[in-house]
Write a protein that binds this ligand. Structure first.
Ligand SMILES: Cc1ncc(COP(=O)(O)O)c(C=O)c1O
Length: 279
C-alpha cells in the first residue's frame, strides 16, 4: 500500500513522520475518516468543511492545503486501486523548533487507509460511561483533533466490559456521543440525537441520517437527552463513517429496531448507489 506523506508517495512500512512534527509531539493535528465506496469518496465536501472549521477553530494556518486534498485523494484511490475502504486524512501543524507553540512550517498532510470492517451481528452492546473519568476534548464547535486519548481509553474500557462502544454521559447527566461514533434514539416515531451545543462531533453520517429520516417523514430533534430517559426509548443506534447505522442495546433494553433497520438499509443503499447526497 502506498501512503501519502506530505508530498511523497511511500510504501506504508517506510512512511515516517518527522520527529519534530507538532502532531507527533503534541497531538496538534486534525483528521478525517472518509468512506470510499466503489472508488468514490462519500460526501468529501462535508469532511473538508469540518476540517476547515477545525483549522479555523485551532488557528491552524494554511487552509489553502484543503483545496489540494480532493486531487491527492483521487490519486491515492487510483494508486492503491481502492474499491471500498476507510481513508484517513491527517493534517498536522507541521514542524516546530524551539518553543512548542511556534511552528515554523506549513501544515503537513498525510493520507492512509484501512479496510471497512463492520460487526456481523446487531444490535451491539454499549455501556454508558461518565465523561469525567476520561480526558476527552470537548470544544464548541467540536474539532476532530488528534487528541483521542480519552476516547481510546474509554473504548478499551467498554470492550473490556464486553461492549462494542461506550456512550458518554457528561457532568450534567446528558448523553453526548460515543468514543468514535454519534448516538441516536427513537421515541414515539421521533428521531432524537444529542445537540451539537454539547460539543459532540457533527458526524457526516449523523447529518446524512437526519436527511434520510426526513425523507422517511420521521420527525428529527437535536436535543438534550438525560441518561435517566434512555430506558424509555423505543430504539437506539450509533452512527459513523465506518459502521453506518448500527443498532445498539444495553442491560435491560429491548427494541424491535423498526425505524433503525429502515435507516440502516437506506444508508447502505446510498453507499452502494455511489450517490453522494440524499435526494
Ligand atoms: C467522537 C466521534 N463522534 C462521531 C463520529 C462520527 O463521525 P462521522 O459520521 O463523520 O464518521 C466520530 C468519527 O470518527 C468520532 O470520532
Amino acid at each position: 500500500m502506498l501512503i501519502y506523506a506530505n508530498g511523497s508517495w511511500v510504501e506504508a512500512h517506510k512512511a515516517v513522520v518527522p520527529f519534530n512534527d507538532q502532531g507527533f509531539l503534541y497531538g496538534d493535528s486534525l483528521f478525517e475518516t472518509i468512506r470510499v465506496n466503489h472508488g468514490r469518496a462519500f460526501r468529501l465536501e462535508k469532511h473538508m468543511d469540518r476540517m476547515r472549521s477545525g483549522m479555523e477553530t485551532i488557528h491552524m494556518a494554511g487552509t489553502d492545503l484543503l483545496a489540494e486534498i480532493p486531487g491527492i485523494l483521487q490519486t491515492y484511490i487510483s494508486k492503491n486501486d481502492l474499491d471500498n475502504a476507510l481513508t484517513r486524512i491527517i493534517i498536522t501543524r507541521g514542524i516546530t523548533q524551539g518553543s512548542p507553540w511556534r511552528s515554523v512550517s506549513d501544515p503537513a498532510l498525510y493520507m492512509t487507509s484501512r479496510p471497512i470492517s463492520e460487526p456481523e451481528q446487531w444490535p451491539v452492546k454499549v455501556v454508558f460511561l461518565e465523561e469525567k473519568n476520561y480526558p476527552i476534548l470537548r470544544f464548541h464547535p467540536a474539532i476532530k483533533s488528534g487528541n483521542y486519548l480519552g476516547n481510546m481509553l474509554a473504548k478499551k474500557d467498554a470492550e473490556d466490559a464486553g461492549a462494542f462502544e461506550p456512550v458518554f454521559v457528561n457532568r450534567d447527566g446528558y448523553v453526548t456521543e460515543c468514543a468514535i461514533r454519534n448516538v441516536f434514539f427513537i421515541r414515539d416515531d421521533i428521531l432524537l440525537t444529542p445537540s451539537l451545543e454539547l460539543g459532540v462531533l457533527p458526524g457526516v453520517i449523523r447529518d446524512t441520517i437526519m436527511e434520510l429520516a426526513e425523507r422517511r417523514h420521521l420527525k428529527v430533534r437535536e436535543t438534550l437527552i438525560i441518561e435517566d430517559d434512555v430506558q424509555e426509548m423505543d430504539e437506539a443506534f450509533i452512527s459513523s463513517t465506518g459502521v453506518g447505522v448500527l443498532p445498539i442495546t444495553w442491560d435491560g433494553f429491548q427494541s424491535n429496531y423498526h425505524h433503525s433497520q429502515i435507516l440502516r438499509e437506506d444508508l447502505q443503499k446510498l453507499f452502494e448507489s455511489g450517490d453522494l447526497n440524499v435526494t
